[in-house]
Write a protein that binds this ligand. Sequence first.
Ligand code: DNO
Length: 387
Amino acid sequence: MEKTWRWFGKNDIISLSDLRQIGVEGIVTALHQIPNGEIWPLEEINDLKHYIEDAGLRWSVVESLPVSESIKYAGPDRDRLIENYKVSLANLGKAGVKTVCYNFMPVIDWIRTDLQRKQDDGTYTLYFDKVRFAYFDIYILKRKGAEKDYPQEVLEKAQALDKTITEKEKEELIENIIVKTQGFVNGNIKEGDQNPVAIFNRLLADYKDVDKDQLRANFKYFLEQVIPVAEEYGVNMCVHPDDPPFPVLGLPRIVTNEEDIDWFLKAVDNPHNGLTFCAGSLSAGIHNDVPALAKKFADRTHFVHLRSTNPLPNGDFIEAPHLGGGRGHLLELIKIFKDYPHLPMRVDHAPLMLTDVDKKYNPGYSFLGRMKALGEVSGMMAAVAAE
Ligand code: DNO
C-alpha cells in the first residue's frame, strides 16, 4: 500500500515538507474552498496538484468530492448537480488525479459525541456515547418519534441526564455532533453558523419520505450517471462506509455491511465503482467481520483507512489503538492488502497527545498521534513484507 496522509490544503498548519520528513508518500486532499455542488475547475485542480508535486509528493486521493444533499434525497435540482459532479470528475481525470473518495450518508457524515475524552494514559480520544447521542436526538433536536429508536434502558439514562446536564454541556454536544465534525469535511454545517440545530432539523426534513429502498434507488441513479464518466477518464470512485454503520436520527444508512457493499457494487458492476475500505467505520458495527470483508472486497477497494474501534456492550464505541487494538484487526488487513502495492492507505482518528493538545487541529486529525499511528502501521507493513 502507498502511505498517504489527509492534508487540508495550503492553510493546514501541517506543511507538506513536514510530511516528507515522516515518510508520507502521497497526499489525500480536496478543493476545500469550493462550495458543495459547484464545479471543480481544471485550473484550480492543477494548481494544487503542482503545489503538492513541487514538495516532492503526489496527490493520490481526493477526499472528498462531496455529493450534494439534493442528489441523495432526489431533489428537483439533482440532475444539474450530477452534471456538475461529472464535470469535476472529468477535470480530475484530465489532471491525472485518479482516486475519488465520497460518501452517501444523508445529512450527517461521521458522528461522535465526545471529541476529547481523557484516557488513563493521559491522551485524549474520540468517543461515541449512545446515551448522550439519544439525549441529543430526543431532548435537543426533539425529533418526532425518536424514542422508539432506543431501548428502554437508554431512554431512562437519557431522562436522568436531562436532570443534571448543564447548558454548557448541551452546547458542547451540539458542537461535537453537528458542527466540529462536519464543517471541515465539507459537510452541511460550519463553525460560526447561527442556530445549527434549526439548520440541521431543516435538512432532516428533506428526508422525511426517504427510506432505505429510496436512498438505494437514489444512489443507483447517481452511480449510473457518474461511473461511465469515471471509466472514460480512468478515475476510481470509492464510497466511504457509513460511520457509524447503522441508521441514525431516523435516517437510512446504506453502506453499513456486507450485503450493502455487495448491493452497490452490483448496482453498477464496473471496476471504477469501488469502496473506501474504512476499517474504523466498519469495525464499529458488531455485525461486521472486518478481515472477512477485506478479503471479499479487496479487488474493488481503491482506498484504505487503517484505524480501528472497539464497540462496547452498552452501545458506545471508542477508537482503538492502531497497533494491536480493536475489531479492525489492522495487522490482518495489512496482510490482505499487501498484494496491492499502489493502493493508497491513510491513518486517522489517532489519540490527541503531548504538545498537540492545545493546537487547533480538526478533530481526529492532530499531528503527533497520526505520526505515531503511521509509524506503527509502517512497522507492521515492513514486517509483513519481510515474511
Ligand atoms: C472522518 C472521515 C469522513 C470521510 C468522508 C468521506 O474522519 O473519514 O468524514 O472523509 O465520509 O466522504
